[in-house]
Design a protein around this ligand. Sequence first.
Ligand SMILES: [Zn+2]
Length: 209
Amino acid sequence: MSNYKICEYCGKQLETQNIEALGHKFTHTVECECYIARREAETQENIKCGCEIIRAKMRELSGIPNRYIKPELCYFRPKPGQENALSAAQKFIEAWREVHGNNQTGLIFAGSVGCGKTMLASAIANDVIQYANISVSEAEHSGQFGCPQSYVSPPVLFVSTVELMERIRATYNPVQGSERPQTAQDILSKYKRVPVLVLDDLGAEKSTE
Ligand SMILES: [Zn+2]
C-alpha cells in the first residue's frame, strides 16, 4: 500500500511531513499548491463580489433616484454651462477621498429646472459609494453569505427636501392609535449622522407651502 497521497485536483504527489508530538508520530500531508492557489482565488473572488453586493445595497438604501443610480462623475459629460459645477463636484470628491469622508465642506448647485442639478448630485453620491471603504472581512463575508440590510449603512443619503418636509409635517398629526408616533427627531436622526447628505430641490419646499 502506498503511503503517499495525491492531490485530488491536479493529481500531483503531495509532500508529507513527519511530526512528533506528545510521544506520537504523525504524518502530515502538505496542501497542494494548486489547492492553496485555488482557495486564495476563491477568497479574492468573494471579496470582489462582496464589495459589489455591499455597494449595491448602499445604493439601494441611499435614496439616490433610480434613474441616476449608476453614473459616476467620470461618466458625466457636461453640457455648456455645467463645466464649473462639474469641476466643483470633482474637487469635492477628491477632497472627500483624501480625508476619508471627514471633510466638513458642502456644495450648493443653483440653476433652473432641468439644468442637471439632480443628476450631478447623484453622480457625486454614486462616487461616494464607489470609493467607500469596505473592510476585507465584511466584503468576504458578504461575498460568501450575502449581505443583510442591517449590516450596511450607506455613506451618503439622498433626499428630496420637499418629501422630507412633508414627512416631518406628517408627524405633527400622528396617526391615532399608533403606540409610539414617529417624531421629527426620529426622521432627522439618520440624516444627521450620515457623512454626505444630498438635499435635492432645496428651497422648492417653500413653494409648496
Ligand atoms: Zn494540486
